[in-house]
Design a protein around this ligand. Sequence first.
Ligand code: NAD
Length: 284
Amino acid sequence: MTPANPAVTDSTAPPVAVHKLLSGQKALVTGANSGIGKGVAVALGQAGADVVVNFVDGDDAANAVVEEIKKAGSRAYAHKADVSSEEQVAAMFARMKQEFGTTDILVANAGLQRDAAFHEMTLAQWNKVLDVNLTGQFLCAREAVREFLRRGVVPEVSCAAGKIICMSSVHQEIPWAGHVNYAASKGAIKLMMESLAQEVAPKRIRVNAIAPGAIRTPINTAAWQTKEAYDALMTLVPYGRIGEPEDIARAAVWLASDHSDYVVGTTLYVDGGMTLYPGFATGG
Ligand code: NAD
């Protein structure tokens, strides 16, 4: 009997091929040995991209992410660099060019908090957060754009000449007392991303952002580790659960892929409804 669809049943091609949205693409993820960056790096690798796993400390954790990506069949290596250092960022992209030939996707994810009451905030705390969260994204995005402009569109790889995803936060929108430096850095990322997107869109470079809500990572353990803290957090999340790095990773794969080709200069909120002003569900 003839199979109903010989093209499918006789195929020797790996069945996962259709899911490899990012085959042939080269991605760099900053801050990729922990939390959201780790989830994104692994997901991009599973989607077929070769991945540079940037980190600033924690060699073992970075190597473990590399191994996970390799297990999925993609190439990967770890690269230690401080994203707030112009020289180190330039060297990271130069090595990527040597190892992988180019850059197609940048996920500018590295970020940190240095919390303090405003009247006690030191200049060092202010500068550290702005240096890593904002200047780090500027330096990495600038290197990526230079490479995208040099190379242009390669239609077999992607409709776009390159994709940048800035990891922002719901705090690009929601003010956050006690975290003024952090909220200022994320608010700045919003307009950096939008202005850059406007500038480079004619070159077929797509720049977008993801604004995560509360995601279970080491950056915010105090917000979810105890039952009391978790319950308090849930009053801010209409969807009723904390986010996982995989929730952000899936959004990043889509934003990096040609499936989102007409999405330019947008922030995708992945926050379980945190930006819906949940206090107004019963008040107001
Ligand atoms: P995390 O602490 O688990 O990871 C942060 C990563 O950034 C780590 O890999 C760290 O090594 C790296 N990093 C810090 N300084 C660096 C530097 N100078 N150079 C290179 N890498 C550096 O935290 P996370 O929650 O995974 O945060 C990732 C991003 O997501 C951050 O930009 C953060 O602001 C953002 N975010 C997180 C949440 C959340 O709820 N977890 C919510 C909104 C936004």
